[in-house]
Design a protein. Structure first.
Length: 214
């Protein structure tokens, strides 16, 4: 589902093939990632499904300056509790790969260190999660807020007790890029639009009826 530049030996991408075969009309796909242990994460081909989002989409153009083979957008700022961390360049911003295959939000070491120092320590026993600040990623002039209920990962240990860890981690990708993985995608229903070279985000919601797989 990546951009054509990511294909090995210029193999046609699946969405391009589906459009060429008349299976879908538009080279657009969207993803809903369920939260709170619920089932029903859904990939929609050819467009979006209003059952999974509320409000309007904010569209961010695909960034071309980095010349990287990803669904890449640019954020102008990263904020903690409404205050800028100063992590994004005034010229290029922060390049963000919008990726369903990453279970955390990941970024360059120095920028992540700055961000996490502002967030503070996540208690392993989850006792301070509700007191942690909101993180915001500024794109297309809008602040996409992510609270600790999204950026903190909860899991049960062998005794069934809840354990918590920060879902924001360092990645050494060779270039200063961020990855918007599952913590962001659980909060925001996301659409990848190859026709207009943009990625759109709307506030996700659980569907009112069970998802039917066909």
């Amino acid at each position: 589902m990546g951009v054509p530049e990511a294909a090995v030996d210029e193999v046609p991408m699946p969405m391009d093939q589906l459009v060429a075969q008349g299976k879908v009309q538009h080279n657009i796909f969207a993803f809903y990632l369920s939260s709170d242990g619920m089932s029903g994460s859904t990939l929609s081909l050819g467009g979006t499904d209003p059952a999974f989002y509320t409000g309007d989409f904010t569209y961010v153009p695909v960034a071309r300056g980095a010349n990287l083979p990803y669904w890449l957008v640019s954020a102008s700022d990263l904020k903690v509790a409404g205050q800028s961390t100063g992590s994004c360049s005034g010229w290029t911003g922060c390049y963000m790969v919008v990726d369903t295959g990453t279970s955390v939000i990941a970024g360059p070491p120095s920028a992540v260190d700055s961000l996490t120092s502002e967030i503070g320590t996540v208690s392993q026993d989850c006792s301070n999660v509700d007191a942690l600040p909101t993180v915001a990623i500024t794109m297309a002039g809008n602040d996409f807020e992510i609270g600790p209920d999204f950026y903190v990962i909860r899991a049960a240990d062998e005794s069934g007790e809840a354990q918590c860890m920060l879902g924001i981690q360092v990645i050494n990708a060779g270039v200063p890029i961020w990855i918007l993985g599952d913590p962001f995608l659980r909060k925001y229903y996301t659409v990848w639009d190859a026709e207009q070279k943009r990625v759109g985000f709307a506030l996700a919601k659980s569907p009112s009826t069970p998802t039917l797989v066909v």
